[in-house]
Design a protein around this ligand. Structure first.
Ligand code: NAD
Length: 323
């Protein structure tokens, strides 16, 4: 069994929906949990302390350990307070599930600056405000796990969600860099693109009655996302820098690959016409790499060019389509 005894986890947005289920599973497996939730509406209005309190009661009634945090992730002070709640109540911090979020659908041309900034503040700034103080604690502890809850909307796109998609895609960038810098300290960071029935899904797909009768709600029940998040938050997870989707019991890696592309002759100056001519070769995705950083990308092309970008004879290995 993947066990969290002696470990401390923070789950933001843990009062409702998917976050509540992550918190319950981590607690059931022995983690002491900070149940953070502002208790606001789906669009981010209002607060309600009951929302976090009820989950804490659920955990403690079942014999687990949990404390409530009502701070908003959307300010540096809020992020710090959530981390302080973990260290203050339980003395350490092992895993962070950055899950709190709001949602709203607006056509791109009608999106207001307020809609845009509020969405980025909660999802993307919130991810930073929470993870930086948590990272510092984990570094002292010599290890930890971050699970950033992103969204397929950010990776693949979704109409009327420019603000949400941009914020969620930004979390993948944050995950990438925390993973790279955290490696030396035993800190791993991965992200999850979940699909699970909640108030957010009702907004996107409409007619709840039909969805219940068709079996759709049951097929994408939120419980099906939980095992992936629990695994990534645990010490059983030994990799970093990856993204996984969980939807309807299908668990799959999502990756950004670099196609083999077209390598222009070294002694030519390619023109826009050359680009047009080689589009097919540039766009083919049969052969690709998943670079671990900009450095990996540049070293790979330098290797193909026969140029050295590093002092000494540093060699980079790129197993195709993996990392
Ligand atoms: N449900 C899905 O299919 C789906 C798909 C993709 C991504 N997600 C993401 O998963 C996460 C959970 O979504 P859900 O469907 O369970 O939604 P939900 O609305 O049921 O739960 C989100 C919780 O976050 C809390 N919250 C919002 N702003 C907060 C803030 N500033 N500080 C602290 N808490 C705050 C809310 O009070 C709420 O309880 C979100 O980040 C969402 O974007 C969900």
């Amino acid at each position: 069994m993947i066990d969290f005894t002696g470990q401390v986890a923070v789950v933001t947005g843990a009062g409702r929906g998917l976050g509540r289920l992550y918190a319950l599973d981590l607690a059931r497996r022995g983690a002491a949990v900070v149940v953070n939730d502002l208790g606001g509406s789906m669009r981010g209005e209002g607060t309600d302390a009951k929302v976090a309190d009820e989950v804490v009661d659920e955990i403690t009634t079942a014999g687990g350990r949990a404390v409530a945090s009502y701070d908003s992730v959307d300010s540096p002070a809020g992020g710090q307070a959530i981390v302080d709640a973990a260290v203050g109540a339980f003395g350490r911090l092992d895993a962070v599930v950055s899950n709190a979020g709001i949602f709203g659908s607006v056509p791109f041309e009608d999106l207001s600056v307020d809609d845009w900034t509020r969405m980025l503040r909660v999802h993307l700034d919130g991810g930073f405000y929470l993870s930086q103080p948590a990272y510092r604690v984990m570094k002292k502890n010599e290890g930890g796990r971050f699970v950033f809850i992103s969204s397929s909307a950010g990776i693949f796109g979704q109409p009327m969600e420019a603000h949400y998609a941009a914020a969620k895609a930004g979390l993948v960038g944050l995950t990438n860099v925390i993973a790279i810098e955290g490696e030396a300290h035993g800190i791993l960071a991965n992200s999850v693109m979940p699909t699970g029935f909640s108030r957010m899904v009702t907004e996107t797909v409409g007619d709840e009655k039909f969805l219940a009768e068709s079996g759709f709600m049951q097929a994408i029940r939120p419980e099906l996302v939980v095992p992936l998040v629990t695994f990534l938050a645990s010490r059983a997870c030994t990799f970093s820098h990856r993204n996984y989707s969980a939807a309807a019991g299908r668990y799959a890696r999502i990756f950004v690959g670099l196609s083999e592309g077209w390598l222009a002759d070294a002694d030519t100056e390619p023109t826009a016409e050359d680009i047009e001519e080689h589009l097919e070769q540039m766009s083919a995705t049969e052969r690709f790499l998943v670079p671990g950083s900009i450095v990996d990308e540049v070293l790979e092309v330098c290797e193909r060019r026969g140029v050295s970008a590093m002092p000494g004879n540093a060699e980079v290995e790129f197993p195709q389509g993996s990392r």
